[in-house]
Design a protein around this ligand. Structure first.
Ligand SMILES: [Zn+2]
Ligand SMILES: [Zn+2]
Length: 346
């Protein structure tokens, strides 16, 4: 028998490819659950289970995952892994080229809005990932289903953020918000509160299908707003399940506006978003606009999604110095602060 491939590794590799290349989160989770189910078993134990055809008795192991384990133990490249590889070309993952430069994440949610983890847990997970800073960007009130924060709750959250910072220094938890860009391009939060934030992500969550011209105007108005630092998931597309079409707008003009106002366009790393599409990346790079590579995590483990966009940034050739979350926190804050400072002059 050939030397056995580690079955846990095989399952995790498949999960990784399913999530990043195929955007299939549910399937990926099934393979991760299977990896967890056999993690503590020795190769002998697994071989024994295979021989007795009892692998599928383990919780989380089904027909396809059992086949992967069996083939890996037999020293073969599992068919499932080969299929993914063959259909997607060689498994090149260039995420490290960009990931190694990142110091933080500027778009994520806690259980104050629609996230599943506490602010503290998100911070701990970020520290574990090696981040130096996070911007907490819970939703603004317009997104009712997401328990968006009104001015009063945002103000309360700012106190909590300050209190957490005292405990986690030198790590920095930046105060922020993912503010809705309303149909006329205005923002869903009062200026006085936006003034107190370190980082503001402006995103469209409503009327995504409006005509190209008003959508272009809407995005440019938001980018011109001195409070906005980053344009979140610009096309709003969803590429998993039933999906959602991209919003249409004049991308070169919107990206050029971002460059003009010295703002960043987000590369959103959520597997169902991966926004902007690769097709738009040459225009984004050409415009000179800055880029923010964000997980948009709604739970601690999703902070690890950032490499999805790192890979895409490397493939597209985004200059690393333009990626705002590769900068030290002081530099980042000087940049976001400069937007507010020019409010009266621009
Ligand atoms: Zn959003
Ligand atoms: Zn978000």
């Amino acid at each position: 028998m050939a030397e056995a491939m580690n079955p846990v590794e095989a399952l995790e590799r498949i999960a990784d490819l399913l999530q990043r290349v195929r955007n299939s989160r549910q399937k990926a989770q099934a393979f991760r659950r299977a990896a967890d189910a056999i993690r503590d078993k020795s190769i002998d134990e697994l071989n024994d289970l295979v021989a007795r055809r009892h692998l599928t008795d383990l919780p989380g192991i089904g027909k396809s995952t059992a086949a992967v384990i069996t083939q890996a133990l037999a020293g073969e490249t599992p068919e499932y892994l080969r299929d993914l590889g063959e259909s997607e070309g060689p498994a090149t993952d260039r995420s490290d080229e960009v990931r190694k430069h990142l110091r933080g994440d500027l778009h994520l949610h806690s259980d104050w809005s629609d996230g599943g983890s506490t602010i503290e847990a998100m911070v701990e997970a970020a520290i574990e990932l090696g981040h130096e800073y996070l911007a907490l960007t819970d939703h603004s009130p317009y997104v009712r289903v997401a328990h968006g924060l009104d001015a009063k709750r945002l103000s309360e959250q700012l106190d909590v953020v300050a209190e957490i910072n005292e405990r986690v220094a030198p790590f920095r938890l930046l105060a922020g918000m993912e503010v809705d860009i309303l149909t006329d391009g205005s923002l869903d939060m009062e200026d006085e509160l936006l003034d107190r934030l370190d980082v503001v992500v402006g995103s469209v969550h409503s009327k995504l299908a409006m005509d190209s011209q008003p959508m272009t105007d809407r995005l440019i108005a938001a980018l011109a707003n001195p409070h906005v630092d980053i344009l979140g998931h610009c096309t709003g597309r969803l590429i998993v399940g039933r999906g959602r079409a991209e919003s249409t707008f004049d991308a070169p003009i919107v990206f050029t506006a971002a460059a003009h106002f010295d703002k960043a366009v987000e590369m959103n790393a959520r597997p169902e978003r991966l926004d902007p599409p690769m097709r738009l990346m040459p225009m984004l790079i050409e415009s000179g606009a800055k880029v923010s590579i964000d997980s948009d995590a709604h739970a601690t483990w999703q902070l690890a999604w950032q490499p999805n966009s790192c890979h895409r940034a490397a493939e597209a050739g985004v200059p690393v110095e333009r990626i705002v979350n590769s900068w030290p926190v002081e530099e980042l804050l000087a940049w976001t602060g400069s937007h507010g400072a020019t409010a009266g002059t621009g």
